[in-house]
Design a protein around this ligand. Structure first.
Ligand SMILES: [Zn+2]
Length: 442
């Protein structure tokens, strides 16, 4: 069955088409145009909206929806040390409830493709990764779950307590199993698995090396945290005699199959090198500001030609998951950092939130509205009180970010309509996460 979406303005990622339409069949875009529209089995008409490519979330930890609001004024290391013992109590039921909340919020804000970096697997609690994959299917979001890991506990000089780290061989065996069960490499895939040891201060160099080899053997992508804070930089220089990015290169974590979260504290040479080897950076402005981590050199990375996407990061260091807000934050933070309003413009911010994220995640079939791409579309109202009358409505949506999307389409399927989630009950999810967060807090 074919599907037609009409909108007052269609922003394809490069073109702006007034009174445009997107014609879709079997989840794929057949044509984008304006004027007389082709006939279709299902028509959604949004004359008061901007339709744009679905937003892409390039970094997240969805389980953290159950631990929002902890250590509101701490540094990353203070915040992590306080939260590890709480996270050690999680199980698959909690992860399912938290992921339902995180994914519902992402879809409602116009996100159609998200990764999730899950790295806490407490001993004797099966089914956590499975719960994430099942929840994405249930809610209808395109999903790239990362099988994360931690193997460097306090007793070996790492940051996390030994109770939340796993054994080297068990991590690799389980990661291989999850790739075999859930990874779909085909074009239009709704689920691709990623290999993702957590960070230089929670994983051994041996695990980083072996994870890269495993990922490359199976043709899946690699993701981790790099250069997020100066504490991390000090840790790496003291323990390994190298800066965080140098350590990544030393461990084989370089190339176009790798993307890093944050990439804040990078030297000039490192910025150029990341662009040269086509490694991606997931910029997470709200989380970076919340933790006082620093400001990513987004404009330098973009100018150098690097692949840069946006992430909401875990909601324990954001308290929300709204990609349009991240586009807004990225725009403002880049201008503060450069003391220049030319550092990043609104259209560049939307590029980060769409095509840039898709590039980080290795998706050439997502991130723009063009014939042949998947039909992942977000529509935002521009006639509501917050946006009515704004000159240049596309810039207006970045400067005054929408609280929620009006209509969201994933793979040709309408999952949000008139600001309401069609695949789950938003109020029920809110009640469940309140109960679960209270139970976890003890
Ligand atoms: Zn993170």
């Amino acid at each position: 069955m074919s599907f037609l979406l009409k909108a007052g303005l269609v922003y394809t990622g490069s073109r702006e088409i007034e009174n445009g339409w997107v014609h879709v069949r079997h989840g794929q875009i057949l044509e984008v145009g304006s004027g007389p529209a082709p006939k279709a089995g299902e028509v959604v008409d949004e004359p008061n909206c901007i339709a744009m490519p679905g937003l892409v979330n390039a970094h997240d930890h969805m389980y953290q929806w159950a631990t929002r609001g902890y250590v509101p004024d701490g540094t990353l290391f203070e915040w992590l040390r306080a939260l590890y013992p709480v996270w050690a109590r999680m199980d698959a039921d909690l992860v399912r409830v938290a992921a339902r909340a995180a994914m519902a919020r992402l879809l409602l804000s116009g996100c159609t493709l998200s990764t999730d970096h899950h790295y806490v697997f407490p001993r004797g609690r099966p089914g956590i990764f499975e719960a994430l994959v099942e929840t994405a299917r249930e809610l209808g979001i395109r999903f790239h779950p990362c099988r994360g890991s931690m193997s460097l506990g306090e007793s070996k000089g790492g940051l996390p307590p030994d109770s939340v780290v796993e054994e080297h061989d068990a991590i690799l065996a389980d990661t291989k199993e999850m790739i075999g069960r859930f990874h779909d490499p085909k074009p239009g895939s709704m689920c691709r698995v990623v290999v993702a040891p957590c960070s230089p201060f929670s994983v051994t160099p041996e695990l980083m090396r072996d994870s890269a080899a495993l990922a490359r053997k199976h043709g899946v992508r690699l993701h981790t945290h790099v250069a997020e804070t100066l504490d991390e930089e000090r840790f790496c220089v003291e323990k390994f005699g190298m800066r965080p990015y140098e350590l990544m290169e030393d461990l084989g974590w370089t190339g176009d199959d790798v993307w890093f979260a944050h990439g804040i504290h990078l030297s000039d040479a490192e910025v150029l090198r990341i662009a040269e080897v086509k490694t991606g950076i997931a910029h997470c402005p709200s989380s970076n500001m919340r933790l006082g981590a620093g400001a990513c050199r987004v404009e330098d990375l973009v100018r150098a030609g690097a692949r840069v996407g946006l992430g909401v990061d875990g909601s324990a260091s954001n308290e929300d998951a709204n990609l349009a807000v991240e586009a807004h934050q990225a725009l403002l933070l880049a201008r503060v950092r450069a003391t220049s309003p030319q550092a990043l413009d609104a259209r560049a911010a939307w590029t980060l939130a769409t095509r840039g994220g898709a590039e980080c995640l290795g998706r050439d079939d997502c991130g723009s509205l063009e014939a042949g791409k998947r039909a992942d579309i977000a529509c935002f109202r521009i006639d509501d009180l917050a946006h009515a009358g704004i000159k240049d409505p596309l810039a207006g949506l970045a400067l005054a970010p929408p609280a929620r999307a009006h209509t969201v389409v994933v793979n040709g399927r309408v999952v949000v309509r008139e600001g309401r989630l069609l695949t789950a009950d938003e109020e029920e999810i809110a009640r469940e996460i309140a109960v679960t967060s209270a139970r976890l807090a003890g």
